[in-house]
Design a protein. Structure first.
Length: 283
């Protein structure tokens, strides 16, 4: 096998093969509203998003707890305002909570002042309700503006996890660590379903098929050695019974095969410190 080294050659703690992060975008019904835009999608479609609040989140938390796993939850400010108790439950589990917009709408076209306002509102909600200061950000609908990454850095964030440009983490000129994601390792790509469009969006793969796709991706990335794998999930999609079982099997598969499973802030700090050490060695 050709041993690819496309990344910067980073070595993970204790000789682990790959850094894996379990990330949950707890969007509730805002995911439905923001995907469909301003169309009236009706309360029945909205209820699909509320499944995450009423049912899916509890399954995700139970699965994390029984396997003693760390995780990062990206939560829009409006979700914290509307559903404070579930957000407190996430915080009580010592899971990391990070910024994911205020209303979850695409931010393209907002002024710097408007995006700053979104950040301020969401940060104060995360601090007030969840008792944490967010250290990371992920753009809602995977959208960022030209100034977003600088804005995050100026506000003291450690990392962003929105871009899609590679499978390894890197440090931007402004000091922010980027932890790229991949739409193929995202439950949205396989399980999002809606009638609320001109043509129904029908992504209902069999969990076993997704498990095979994800296992293959894990094996390939772990073989390359200096990579990360961010599992991007939504409680409203992955939290259905058959799917959460599939996720648990996948996590056990990775654990048995040398994964370092950590939350995003831990991996980002490791990347930043590692980069600094490398820099010091080079002098
Ligand atoms: Zn989202």
């Amino acid at each position: 096998m050709i041993h690819l080294k496309n990344g910067d050659g980073i070595q993970w703690p204790e000789g682990k093969r790959i850094a894996v992060m379990l990330t949950f975008d707890f969007d509730a019904e805002l995911l439905r509203y923001s995907v469909i835009g301003k169309k009236n999608i009706g309360f029945a479609d909205i209820s699909r998003g509320q499944y995450g609040v009423k049912e899916g989140l509890q399954r995700c938390l139970a699965m994390l707890q029984r396997n003693a796993l760390p995780a990062t939850f990206f939560i829009p400010g409006q979700v914290i305002e509307k559903y404070p108790e579930p957000c407190k439950a996430i915080a009580a589990g010592k899971y990391e909570i990070a910024y994911h917009g205020y209303d979850h709408n695409n931010t393209i076209g907002l002024t710097r002042e408007e995006e700053t306002e979104n950040l301020e509102k969401s940060e104060s909600l995360i601090e007030k309700i969840c008792g944490q200061k967010p250290m990371g950000a992920r753009g809602p609908l995977d959208a960022l503006q030209d100034f977003s990454l600088d804005l995050f850095s100026q506000r003291g964030y450690l990392y962003d996890s929105t871009l899609k440009d590679c499978d390894w983490p890197y440090v931007l000129d402004n000091g922010l660590v980027e932890l790229p994601t991949d739409v193929a390792i995202d439950d949205f790509s396989y399980f999002y379903f809606s009638y609320a469009d001109e043509a129904p969006i029908n992504c209902s793969y069999l969990p076993d098929d997704v498990l095979e796709i994800w296992k293959d991706a894990y094996d390939e990335l772990a073989a390359e050695g200096d990579k990360i794998m961010i599992i991007k999930l939504h409680p409203q999609l992955i939290g259905r019974v058959s799917r959460i079982n599939m996720l648990e099997q996948f996590i056990l598969y990775m654990k048995q095969r040398g994964a370092w499973i950590a939350d995003c802030r831990t991996v980002a700090q490791y990347v930043k410190d590692y980069g600094m050490e490398k820099g010091a060695e080079a002098k």
